[in-house]
Design a protein around this ligand. Structure first.
Ligand SMILES: NC(=O)c1ccc[n+]([C@@H]2O[C@H](COP(=O)([O-])OP(=O)(O)OC[C@H]3O[C@@H](n4cnc5c(N)ncnc54)[C@H](OP(=O)(O)O)[C@@H]3O)[C@@H](O)[C@H]2O)c1
Length: 377
């Protein structure tokens, strides 16, 4: 299962939801203190990505302006500037744009056709061709695995933000609301039409910065099928945190579980040995909080730090069976069950054989194992 960078979308909008106006000059939406905050965020990431449309419209430099922040990056063993990445299908990029001639390393992610064009009209950047069409998951995997990007800041424009959010690939949205109106229907909007997650995003923070307001949101909707969404990772991280809350045991694992509806609503959570039940399992504890036949279960996802059990001494029905009986069709887990108590347990296999989509996200295995270290060789 691939792992992706943490993807942070950053944008400023007018009160009527526009990213810019239609004049040739860039519309300044943020306040000076907020530009400095953006500088700080840039200094904290491994790469900054913008669409080719923003290079054409704004001709940005995308620098870390603060010399102190650049020095701190260097002192921490990082490049002075984050990698600058742009995305273009056409490869029609102006070689004289500021983007190529300021800051550190640059990368163009493009299609085979775009790469061909860039061979004829090169820009001062590495070019990676990602096939006939560009797939965002391939791009994110490339940035993570080939370029070592763990944190990616995406600074627009709207076409890019819309795709990443609609495809469930954004971990966080940092939105600044500026107290002015654009009022021109031809101006670019932050988010275009299309299919977004159902339900509500989670509000992480609001912050007043001079006359603008920063709002930080986290998407909440589980992915579909075996494709992970960014929200899948957040819910699985929560399941791992719940595992750390279990009363300790020498004879059973500490596990956390969360049941989440398709629209991103948390339905129930549980952890091993919860309350005054010394043998209850995490998935069992969570599912017991929901009415049998709850219609939301059929499209829900169960997140569990350790894969559901197939055999248990303490109760007759193992958790994999409880999940099937509840009608859940999607399970995300961090860790396959070791042979500590049951040899050859294969909860993921049992569920998959019954038609459940099972995802194992091994990047959370260390976190899932931590409260169980005393049970492992
Ligand atoms: N207020 C803010 O915070 C903020 C921030 C950034 C930008 N903006 C504004 O946003 C506007 C630009 O936004 P925009 O939506 O027009 O452009 P954009 O999102 O910056 O870039 C769109 C371009 O990216 C490439 N692209 C997008 N999706 C792709 C895919 N799946 N595969 C391959 N290439 C892909 C295409 O380039 P090719 O055409 O080369 O194929 C496409 O034309 C400007 O007015 C700018 O001022 C505002």
């Amino acid at each position: 299962m691939p792992s992706y960078p943490y993807v942070l979308l950053s944008a400023a909008v007018s009160l009527d939801g526009y990213l810019d106006d239609t004049t040739p000059e860039r519309l300044l939406l943020s306040s000076p203190a907020d530009f400095d905050r953006v500088d700080e965020v840039r200094a904290s990431v491994d790469a900054i990505l913008i669409g080719a449309g923003t290079i054409r419209a704004d001709n940005p430099r995308l620098l870390v302006n603060s010399a102190e922040r650049r020095a701190a990056r260097v002192a921490a063993g990082k490049p002075e500037y984050p990698l600058k990445v742009t995305v273009s299908a056409s490869g029609e990029l102006d070689p004289t744009a500021n983007f190529w001639h300021t800051g550190g390393e640059k990368l163009v992610c493009t299609t085979d056709k775009g790469a061909e064009r860039l061979r004829r009209t090169p820009v001062a950047a590495d070019v990676v061709a990602l096939g006939a069409e560009l797939d965002w998951r391939d791009l994110l995997r490339h940035l993570h695995e080939v370029r070592g990007v763990d944190r990616l800041m995406v600074e627009g424009g709207g076409t890019i933000h819309t795709q990443l959010l609609q495809q469930g690939l954004a971990d966080e949205l940092q939105l600044v609301l500026a107290p002015l109106f654009v009022g021109d229907p031809d101006a670019p909007r932050l988010f275009g039409p299309g299919g977004y997650q159902e339900g509500r995003l989670r509000l992480l923070e609001t912050r007043r910065i001079e006359d603008v307001v920063l709002m930080r949101y986290q998407p909440t909707a589980p992915g579909t099928g075996t494709l992970p969404s960014a929200a899948d990772r957040h819910w699985l991280a929560l399941a791992c945190e719940l595992a750390a809350q279990c009363p300790p045991s020498r004879t059973a694992f500490s596990v956390g579980a969360v049941v989440v509806a398709a629209d991103g609503t948390e339905l129930a959570r549980g952890h091993s040995r919860e309350g005054d039940d010394p043998v209850v399992h995490a998935e069992e504890a969570a599912l017991a909080k929901l009415a049998p036949g709850d219609p939301r279960l059929a499209s829900a996802t169960v997140y569990t730090s350790l894969e559901p059990c197939t055999h248990r001494a303490s109760r007759p029905v193992p958790c994999a069976r409880l999940i099937l009986e509840a009608g859940v069709r999607r399970v995300v887990t961090a860790w396959r069950e070791p042979d500590t108590f049951v040899a050859g347990a294969d909860g993921s296999g049992l569920l998959a054989a019954a038609g459940v989509d099972v995802l194992v996200l091994p990047e959370y295995e260390t976190q899932a194992k931590a409260p169980n270290a005393h049970l492992l060789p």
